[in-house]
Design a protein. Structure first.
Length: 428
């Protein structure tokens, strides 16, 4: 059994490595074409969740007891090493920020966020149309996508420090939680795996960190994975609300989350998490913004359709949409193989396909859990199911930006760290 667990842990690590290679190496260096790379990225992400279920199926999974300090000294040294690397990366980024100032003509993501933050701090309505750059643009981000950057405005620091700082906080939390991993080897190397994931991203695609805030979103989802392994409904509610108020990606998975907690008699935790999430959404979104302009929610979705159409008609020198042919997602197939439909018709077809398959995925996972709930750890299954669902959701997303895909990779890292904390005992 121990040998099998080691083999499965190695396999999970191999899939994480493959995710990184598909994201940053294989397609960029011409090793794989669009279709092969997109499918490879999806399968490495999808199989990670499936393999995790296989590892814990028919077992009793128990969180590891505390490890004596004498036996755990090496893991604390590795945590210290990981934190030191984060600090060194921060020093490097300080120079990078100074030499790479924000330019709205290159990307207006962070500049538009800065405008919303300034409005908030000045007592203005943040969701007014933005005209500062010579063209009208409605802010379409949810509050937790932009509000944390008010800290940067207050402290007069580069907004990208908020992105990196949020990731470092969650990553450090994961590092310290890894000191409870039973395996000495995993306990020692997990902190370095966490920081290596960020280093690999910034070394191969600094643009994700330079012009987007997706690493902040990744931090929210990493926080969600941690919360799923805690008994606190309040913590889970906060994590869910942060994810909901940044991107809507997990909304179709939430019914499965509720179903699993309900049928496993974790109803108090479920109700607490729901109430907490509702309160946070009301305080951060409904009262300050939605109550003043009820159209901002629907306008955001309309703008998403407009933005999607713009990307599907933004062609490169080969006459292909740039962001549909970057080695990720299945959108390129829908663009290329339905010539009888106009561009918006193909987009709508992909949207319907994503909705149907995502719902089918959650229903299939819920059905499996209904019959197997006594043979797999609930917390592990919640993480596994989310990873599987997100792999499907992102594969079918209408514009498969690379920065969206990096979130799935960070989630894999967080899940690997959390699942390694459990000792498994076979069910006879």
């Amino acid at each position: 059994m121990v040998k099998k667990q080691h083999t499965l842990n190695i396999s999970l690590l191999a899939l994480i490595i493959l995710e990184n290679l598909f994201l940053y190496i294989f397609f960029r260096h011409g090793i794989l074409d669009q279709g092969a790379n997109a499918i490879g990225l999806f399968l490495s992400s999808f199989l990670f969740g499936i393999l995790l279920i296989c590892k814990f199926n028919n077992t009793v999974a128990l969180e590891n007891d505390s490890i004596p300090a004498r036996k755990n000294l090496l893991s604390y040294v590795m945590v210290l090493a990981a934190v030191t690397i984060m600090i060194c990366l921060g020093i490097q980024f300080n120079t990078f920020f100074a030499t790479h100032p924000l330019d709205h003509s290159y990307s207006d993501i962070i500049p538009c966020i800065q405008i919303a933050c300034r409005r908030l701090l000045n007592g203005e309505f943040a969701y007014k149309v933005i005209t500062e750059y010579g063209y009208p643009q409605w802010p379409n981000y949810f509050p937790m996508h932009w509000m944390p950057y008010s800290i940067a405005e207050l402290l007069k620091i580069a907004p990208r420090w908020v992105t990196y700082g949020a990731w470092c906080i969650v990553a450090t939390c994961l590092c310290f939680r890894s000191t409870k991993i039973p395996s000495k080897v995993l306990r020692a190397i997990t902190p370095l795996i966490i920081v290596a994931s960020f280093y690999f991203l910034q070394d191969n695609n600094i643009g994700i960190f330079e012009i987007t805030v997706e690493v902040l979103i990744a931090a929210y989802y990493m926080f969600l994975m941690i919360s799923l392994n805690k008994r606190s409904g309040i913590l889970q509610g906060v994590a869910i609300s942060f994810c909901l108020l940044s991107r809507f990606s997990l909304v179709l998975w939430l019914p499965l989350f509720c179903f699993i907690l309900f049928i496993t008699n974790n109803r108090k935790q479920l109700y607490t998490s729901i109430i907490t999430a509702v309160i946070v959404v009301i305080l951060l979104y409904v009262i300050p913004f939605l109550s003043k302009d009820s159209n901002i929610f629907f306008r955001g979705f309309q703008y998403y359709d407009t933005g999607t159409l713009a990307e599907w008609t933004h062609l490169d020198k080969k006459g292909q949409p740039i962001h549909l042919f970057r080695g990720t997602g299945i959108a390129y197939y829908f663009y290329s193989h339905f010539p009888r439909l106009d561009v918006m018709g193909r987009i709508k077809l992909l949207q319907k396909t994503q909705l149907v398959i995502s719902l089918f995925t959650t229903i299939a996972l819920g059905t499996w859990f209904w019959y197997k709930k006594d043979k797999i750890n609930t917390r592990v299954f919640l993480m596994s199911s989310f990873k599987i669902y997100l792999a499907v959701f992102l594969f079918l997303i209408q514009v498969p930006y690379e920065y969206l895909m990096c979130v799935g990779n960070f989630i894999s890292i967080a899940i690997f760290c959390e699942q390694a904390r459990y000792k498994t005992i076979p069910i006879k």
